[in-house]
Write a protein that binds this ligand. Structure first.
Ligand SMILES: [Zn+2]
Ligand SMILES: [Zn+2]
Length: 238
């Protein structure tokens, strides 16, 4: 297994501690998610967390917006902003780990039986939640998970890298990136216009302090010198 400089394989305990800090609390979902990610990475022969070269080959699909999802994202370092993390809203406690280079992919599903079997793995713990916390740390992977080898067909529009296409919705004018437009009668529409979205009754509004910018903070705290405004601009805007 290759190891990039600065990247260190972590133990379950270290990954869990990091995941709990990022997520905000220790919960059964953190334990299941950390273990799910560790198994997924292991099946791909990747380190946990992945080395930088491995990270560039990895795409993770998360099928639930629950505690477990945060842990999977934390351990794999997959991120929406890098397009390496895909949220698919199935409401299923599962995640798929794809190696873009080899097309190898494993979908790991958290078993329902593991919930019922928690009592067997932590018989001394009467509290159900603490029983789960303890049991999920000792349960073998084979009880906690089912694994499917799967094929994932990603289009170039789903891959990391620069935006591949931008088109404007003919109804509202919104720019839609990466082939997510819906074509009706040969015309491109954004999904909310074409299919209805998760919001409705959108009205453009004005709001208090509309012209605020980080620049206004600088102006408030620093006396104006009359020097060119460009020099006051934060470096990230240049
Ligand atoms: Zn949680
Ligand atoms: Zn539109």
């Amino acid at each position: 297994m290759e190891q990039a400089a600065g990247s260190m394989v972590q133990t379950f305990e270290e990954l869990l501690a990091g995941s709990v800090a990022a997520h905000g609390h220790l919960c059964p979902g953190q334990i299941v998610g950390v273990r799910m990610a560790m198994l997924g990475l292991r099946l791909l022969d990747f380190a946990a967390p992945p080395t930088y070269p491995q990270l560039k080959q990895l795409i993770v699909f998360i099928e639930m917006d629950r505690c477990t999802g945060d842990a999977v994202a934390f351990v794999t370092n997959a991120k929406l902003g890098r397009r390496s993390l895909k949220f698919v809203d199935y409401g299923i406690m599962a995640a798929t780990f794809l190696n873009l280079e080899t097309d190898q992919a494993f979908r790991i599903v958290s078993t329902e039986e593991s919930r019922d079997l928690a009592v067997l793995y932590a018989p001394a713990e009467p509290d159900y939640r603490r029983q789960q916390l303890e049991a999920y740390q000792v349960m073998p992977d084979s009880v906690l998970f089912r694994v499917q080898e799967v094929q994932v067909d990603l289009t170039p529009f789903d891959l990391p890298g620069p935006t591949r296409r931008k088109v404007s919705c003919v109804q509202c004018g919104q720019v839609v990136r990466d082939g997510r437009e819906v074509v009706k009668d040969g015309q491109p529409y954004c999904r909310p216009c074409a299919r209805g979205g998760y919001f409705r009754n959108a009205k453009e509004i004005a709001w208090g302090d509309m012209n605020w910018s980080p620049q206004s903070q600088i102006k408030e705290t620093k006396p104006r010198t009359g020097a060119g405004q460009l020099e006051e601009r934060p470096a990230l805007l240049s």
